[in-house]
Structures are given as structure tokens and as C-alpha cells.
Design a protein around this ligand. Sequence first.
Ligand code: GRF
Length: 204
Amino acid sequence: MLTIGVLASGKGTNLQAIIDAIGRKEIPAKIGIVLSDNRDAYALIRAEKAKIKSLYISPGKFKTYLEKKVEKNYVQVLKKEGVELVCLAGFMRVLKRDFLNAFPEKVINIHPAFLPSFPGLESWKQALNYGVKFTGATVHFVEEGVDSGPIILQAVVLVKDDDTPETLHQRIQEKEHIIYPQAIKLIAERRIKIKGRRVLAGDL
Ligand code: GRF
């Protein structure tokens, strides 16, 4: 059974979707630990409620990434718990090469847009402001670039005339909660092959 580590900075609805899918026995995996760079992340409480080990590790002095020694500590803690797959679920910091090299092709992320459109922050707002008619959610492998790794699964969300950033983000999140557990299931069942930029999963 695959051991997962989840990194989350915020409310943790994606973490909850993963917890629930594992609880329904849809994914042959267990969550070894939840780590957060934010002491007040509701994700930590969700972990506690689900009786999953969780830990706040202070990110250090930078805003957008972890201090080098802190990042090393994140890796150590994850390895100690036997984590094989790292799932970023609203983790608001960019991971550097040393972290990614510690888990080659085993770090994934959920992004609230139909990549490669609108990488970066608040992409539902970017989509709304740009005026696209469709946006969505993307699960992808993490590489050094921001939101740029090979795509595992995507879902489309229709933009409505009366959408606000909040209503659009809400519908994107509903899709996230479906495709993130699905992507983890594919990996846990070893059904995924990476060929360059393409991630092949056979017939879904
Ligand atoms: C999600 O929209 C995800 O796509 C992005 O951050 C948000 C996290 O939400 N990376 P939650 O904390 O899982 O509710």
C-alpha cells in the first residue's frame, strides 16, 4: 500500500477529499503524515480529526519558498514516515531541486486552472479577468518550474456570465475534489507511465 505525505497551507478541502476517498477504500494508500508551513491551517485540524499524524514546520524567513535547512527537514520527516508520494494540496510555497530530487517523479500538485493557461496565484481570478469561457482544474507532476510539470488529469469548468471569483473557485474546487483522488488512485495502482511531457494512464 502506498504511503502518502500531504503538504497543505490552508483550509485543506483537497486533503479532506483524499482522506474521504481513502476512507471509502477507493485508493490503495494511506496518509503517513500531513505537513504545513502555516500553524493555523485548517488542514492540520482535518488531519487531527481523521487521526492522521500532522506537523507544523515553520517555513523560515522567505515568503515563497522554504529555507534550505527547513526544506531538508521536510524531506527528513516525510522519509521517516515512509512517504513514497508527496501530494501538494494548497501548499503555498515553491519546492526546490533538493526536495524534488528526494522524491523523483513522486511529487504531485493540484492547480485551480486548465493548465497551461493561468499558472501562479489565484488562477480563477486570472481566468475570469481574461474572459475565457472555460477553465478548470489540473493535477500534474511537480518540476522546478511553477505549475509546469507533466499533466496527469484535468477537468473542465464552464465560466458563467454571473460568476464572481468566489463562485468560479467554488465550482473549480468541486472538480478538484474529484480528480485529485482519482490521480492518486492511478499512481497507487501503478497505472501511470511518464513519457516526456505525456502521462499515460491507459483506459480510464
Ligand atoms: C486549491 O484551489 C488548489 O488548486 C490550490 O490551492 C487551493 C487549496 O485549497 N493549489 P484547499 O486548501 O485544498 O481547500
